[in-house]
Design a protein around this ligand. Structure first.
Ligand code: PRX
Length: 661
């Protein structure tokens, strides 16, 4: 980590004590830290007891064969039963589980826990009728609909691990995932509403299925929810309407217990190579970790709170803090289908006002977008129901923190800045709202039961005031168990950097301030963070070079005011492509969108004559980043040809190939 990065951190002296009322009745108080550190396993066992187990575990943690952890061995439980049925059995069947809000105005549904139970049972029976058995994988490629949650829980109920693929991903990205996890069934919809218009999903599934077949893998069935009513192509042997298969199925289904280590889901995420990694989460530890942290960090009072996490269910935040954590805790929550600006830019604030949302969890990129639009928009709505705010996905810069606190939180709501990853499954570093005095921009300290540190190259703890690598020193319940079908890559990616010490390496840089509080500094590998979503530079480079006109490509994440980082690409065209034509930049941007999805579309593409490389042929992305961020180019002495940067900078200066679209 360069000293430059560390010293760039602004000094922050402000801190905000927890509101007295919240502190007085907080779910978790300061004693938890001590209790957890005196006996970590006993602490997590107690957290696990918040769930209903069919069979209690024999052993809390089996770490005999690191890095392959087993939690609560010998224990059995059913995740869907824990998220749904047990609340009904406790007499809370009438409690609202989901206030679902469609994007078109007046398109709303209220789903109680009893409704959810009946629907999950029907869907479980429908999946069984389609031949899905425990252990089979089911892909879910859906908009934000109640059926999406139902499908996930139905899979969990019958022990079929799901893999949810974000609806914004392309058919190619979907196909890769279908093949990698050999999904027997895909659950999808004809389309969903986004930005005021129906957008189709089913055609992407059809294409993905054809591609997968080309790779020798056949999906057996596609279960299709009718949402928009748009025309769809239909294959009678494969396609089944949800309303035909599910609505007619029995609402009785007895949930079977599964082993605590039974796979619950696979979530694909970008790594440093082109191939996405299938993060595997299992049942007992994951549900323990997510439900406990949801209870602790959001201080949820299920009888009175209305909770809203704005994440899409296609990302891990939607899994841990919209589906499993909150539902295991019996929360009442809002689920919104569309974009924040449809049909007007105050839509989110209107939803908070209409449903009396008390706990709100979103990403810094959204907050910065609202900041730009001006406070008049949220000021037009009554946000007085809010009592706690959360942030996730990247560091929240102090300016956005203060705006969030003042404009949205009315200066009365604590902000929990939560650091975690797809791999960690659960929040790892965060203030506790009734305990911690939060500092704008810092995720503060590890949660009780979590052992995190900042270390130097040799794995030694750095002193307060210094920076280094963020590591996790002890196993935690919701940790990933492996990468789907690739134990070696799992070991290599997360456990080799500090093999001797046995630390999990998160891939993030961090700094400890003078009080020992943690400030996250971003990724130290070739992974970008765009709007809180992880993208791999290599994956986008592969997409670019798969275009017939491109010879070579280098991608960097450049600082962006709204999205945190933005994708910037430098490409060398093939001789046969000449100058590529007038539309080359747009053509390549569209190509990346087709290969990966709109989220990966570069903000800027520069066509350049050469790329900066070391003598051993490694592209020096650091120098390209200087160009993309309009900085003076750094040290070029290790370049094989030190004049290359002059050529690139000249192109930059002339603005050629720049496209901000
Ligand atoms: O770099 C960190 C950043 O997001 C990465 C994890 O991305 P993903 O697996 O997609 O999960 C996002 C939602 C949990 C981390 O390695 N990150 C996430 N939350 C924070 C953060 N960086 C700083 N502060 C955070 N609160």
């Amino acid at each position: 980590m360069s000293e430059e990065t560390l010293s760039n951190l602004s000094r922050e002296d402000r801190s905000f004590e927890p509101p007295a009322e919240l502190a007085a009745s907080a779910n978790v108080t300061a004693e938890a830290y001590e209790r957890a550190s005196s006996d970590r396993e006993a602490f997590w066992a107690e957290a696990a007891e918040r769930l209903d187990w069919s069979q209690t575990w024999d052993r809390v943690l089996d770490w005999d064969d690191p890095p392959f952890a087993k939690w609560f061995t010998g224990g059995t439980l059913n995740a869907a039963y824990n998220c749904v049925d047990r609340h009904v059995e406790a007499g809370n069947g009438d409690r609202v589980a989901l206030h679902w809000v469609g994007e078109p105005a007046d398109d709303k549904r209220t789903i109680t826990y009893a409704d959810l139970q009946a629907e999950v049972c029907r869907a479980a029976n429908a999946l069984l009728a389609l031949g899905v058995e425990a252990g089979d994988r089911v892909a879910i490629y859906m908009p934000m609909l109640p059926e999406t949650v139902v499908a996930m829980l139905a899979c969990a109920r019958i022990g079929a691990p799901h893999t949810v693929v974000f609806g914004g991903f392309s058919s190619d990205a979907l196909a890769t995932r279908l093949v990698d996890c050999e999904a027997k069934v895909v659950v999808t919809a004809d389309g969903g509403y986004r930005r005021g218009a129906p957008s189709a999903l089913k055609p992407a599934v059809d294409e993905a299925r054809t591609k997968a077949s080309g790779d020798g893998f056949d999906v057996e069935h596609v279960l299709v929810v009718r949402r928009t009513g748009q025309d769809v192509d239909w294959d009678d042997d494969v396609d089944v309407w949800w309303h035909e298969a599910v609505d007619g199925a029995s609402s009785e289904h007895e949930a079977q217990p599964f082993d605590a280590e039974h796979p619950l889901y696979v979530m694909y995420t970008s790594g440093t190579t082109g191939k996405p990694k299938g993060i595997l989460h299992t049942t007992g530890g994951y549900l323990t970790g997510t439900s406990y942290t949801h209870h602790a960090v959001f201080d949820l009072k299920p009888e009175t709170d209305v909770y809203w996490c704005t994440a899409d269910v296609g990302w891990v935040t939607g899994h841990s803090y919209m589906v499993y954590g909150p539902l295991a805790n019996g929360a009442t929550q809002v689920m919104y289908e569309g974009t924040p600006d449809s049909p007007h830019r105050g839509r989110w604030w209107e939803i908070i006002q209409d449903y009396g949302v008390t706990i709100f969890y979103t990403a810094p990129t959204a907050i910065r977008t609202f900041m730009k639009q001006g406070r008049e928009i949220p000021d037009g709505f009554d946000l007085s129901s809010l009592r706690l705010l959360g942030s996730v996905g990247e560091s929240i810069n102090p300016e956005a923190y203060m705006w969030y606190r003042e404009v949205i939180g009315g200066e009365r709501c604590p902000i929990v800045d939560t650091w975690w990853q797809t791999e960690t499954g659960q929040i790892m570093i965060s203030p506790l709202p009734g305990v911690t005095a939060g500092k704008p921009g810092s995720a503060m300290t590890p949660l009780p039961g979590i052992s995190v540190d900042v270390v130097n190259d040799d794995g030694e703890s750095v002193p307060h005031g210094s920076g280094g690598y963020l590591v996790v020193k002890e196993p935690w319940p919701a940790m990933l168990r492996t990468l789907w079908g690739d134990d070696d890559r799992f070991k290599e990616t997360y456990w080799s950097r500090f093999r001797k010490q046995g630390f999990y390496f998160a891939g993030d840089g961090a700094k400890l301030d003078d009080d020992g509080d943690i400030w996250l500094l971003g990724r130290v590998d070739d992974v970008m963070n765009v709007s809180g979503h992880r993208l791999s530079t290599t994956e986008i480079e592969s997409a670019l070079v798969s275009h017939p006109k491109v010879a070579e490509a280098a991608v960097v994440g450049a600082a962006d005011e709204t999205t945190g980082q933005a994708v910037c690409a430098f490409v060398i065209l093939r001789d046969s492509a000449g100058d590529g034509g007038d539309d080359i930049v747009e053509e390549l941007r569209r190509h990346v969108q087709k290969e990966i999805g709109a989220i990966a579309k570069p903000r800027q593409i520069m066509v350049v004559p050469e790329l900066p490389k070391t003598r051993s042929g490694k592209i020096m992305r650091r120098l390209l980043k200087d160009v993309a961020e309009h900085r003076e180019v750094g040290d070029v002495t290790t370049l094989a040809d030190s004049t290359v940067m002059d050529l690139i900078s000249k192109k930059e200066g002339s603005g050629s190939g720049d496209d901000e679209g």
